[in-house]
Design a protein around this ligand. Structure first.
Ligand SMILES: [Ca+2]
Length: 223
């Protein structure tokens, strides 16, 4: 696993195509085992090791599977409304039901643009001064322009990662999801994770799914 860079605010950033990433519980255990061995030799450089725990305490439905939308349809949620454990924080978002288009995981996925550009957030519990790894699957609404969808992820109101996705060549049946990830250090006992679309014009935005928050057992950064 490699990180592609580091932002100026200290958040490590990285992404790679989903087919290149280890997936599932088995891969996480392998990373854990490899990391422990390296720590024993005191030769770790910039490595991160995530625990096999599936998520941070209180974080839920990163797959946008609730509420269940009627298959082959979508439902638009506006600022102030809840989407399962998430809350729409601006504009509107669209929850896409099974079969509407390809999901990265499960049946449903979320278009960050509903009637216009949108954003949504979720607050979950954290342990003080603990590093968390946030990962998510990213694609874009292939139905209309702009081809390139843009957005950002915020943690406690600070930009942790900007993202863009080019929908050229994708379709509802071949969404082309990529996996994005970054880490952050908790400064308190809770964190607010927010996904924001900056796509212009709005209405056909970035699509996210399979959001995960893992607490890291250990991160050693030399530089
Ligand atoms: Ca899903």
């Amino acid at each position: 696993m490699t990180n592609s860079g580091k932002s100026t605010n200290g958040f490590a950033q990285g992404s790679m195509p989903s087919h290149q990433r280890g997936r599932g519980r088995g891969s996480r255990w392998r990373r854990l085992s490899a990391g422990v061995g390296l720590v024993g030799a005191f030769t770790v450089v910039g490595a991160s090791v995530t625990t096999p725990a599936d998520a941070a305490s209180g974080f839920g439905d990163g797959g946008f599977e609730t509420p269940v939308v009627q298959p082959y349809t979508f439902h638009t949620y506006f600022a102030g409304e809840s989407v399962g454990p998430w809350t729409v924080t601006s504009g509107s978002v669209e929850l896409n039901g099974a079969g509407f288009w390809q999901a990265a995981d499960g049946d449903q996925s979320l278009d960050l643009d509903g009637a216009d550009t949108g954003a949504l957030s979720q607050i979950f519990s954290t342990n003080l001064l603990t590093t968390y790894r946030v990962s998510y699957s990213l694609a874009g609404n292939p139905d209309d322009i702009p081809a390139v969808k843009t957005g950002k992820v915020l943690v406690n109101g600070h930009v942790a990662q900007n993202f863009s996705f080019d929908t050229t060549g994708t379709s509802r049946t071949n969404m082309g999801y990529v996996t994005k990830a970054f880490t952050f250090l908790s400064a308190g006992t809770s964190a607010k994770l927010e996904f924001v679309s900056t796509t212009t014009p709005g209405g056909y935005g970035p699509v996210i799914d399979k959001v995960k928050v893992d607490s890291c057992l250990l991160i050693i950064c030399v530089s």
